[in-house]
Design a protein around this ligand. Structure first.
Ligand code: IDP
Ligand code: MG
Length: 136
């Protein structure tokens, strides 16, 4: 049975700042993702705090929220068969040092915080995160 899923992808400030957004979008297309919606925005720190609230007890929460709101980001709804997992695989490990060859974080990630992309980690969170950025 087919299982086409939509997931939320964010190209983070470190990648947008280096003008990598078109190149990263091409990687998604090359892997068979369709980009259903996209917008380039800059969010307030309070919005980053809401988006990342699952991490609010973590020591890196404040820096993470400052970082995500520090510059323009590209948020996208992308779609593919088993897209949530496929996106996590294409992104690679959270720490670019641990990411496999061929992944976005291996290719472009600078550090564990400046790791170039975000992707939803479950069907439940994909719905919440898509709705967070694209309510309509
Ligand atoms: P993910 O982005 O691979 O899903 P999460 O564990 O959900 O990773 O963490 C969210 C983001 O928080 C990561 O992408 C990374 O930028 C940042 N982060 C995670 N762990 C650390 C850490 O130990 N130090 C600093 N930043 C971290
Ligand atoms: Mg995560």
């Amino acid at each position: 049975m087919s299982n086409v899923e939509q997931t939320l992808s964010i190209i983070k400030p470190d990648a947008v700042e280096r003008n990598l957004d078109n190149e990263i979008q091409q990687l998604f297309k090359d892997k068979g993702f369709q980009i259903i919606k996209e917008k380039k925005i800059q969010i307030e720190k309070s919005e980053a705090e809401e988006f990342y609230k699952v991490h609010q007890t973590k020591p890196f929460y404040n820096d993470l929220c400052s970082y995500l709101s520090s510059g323009p980001i590209v948020v996208m709804v992308i779609e593919k068969e088993n897209g949530i997992l496929a996106n996590r695989e294409l992104m690679g490990a959270t720490n670019p040092k641990d990411a496999q060859e061929g992944t976005i974080r291996k290719k472009y990630g600078i550090s564990i915080d400046k790791n170039s992309v975000h992707g939803s980690d479950s069907p439940e969170n994909a719905k919440i995160e898509i709705n967070f950025f694209f309510k309509d």
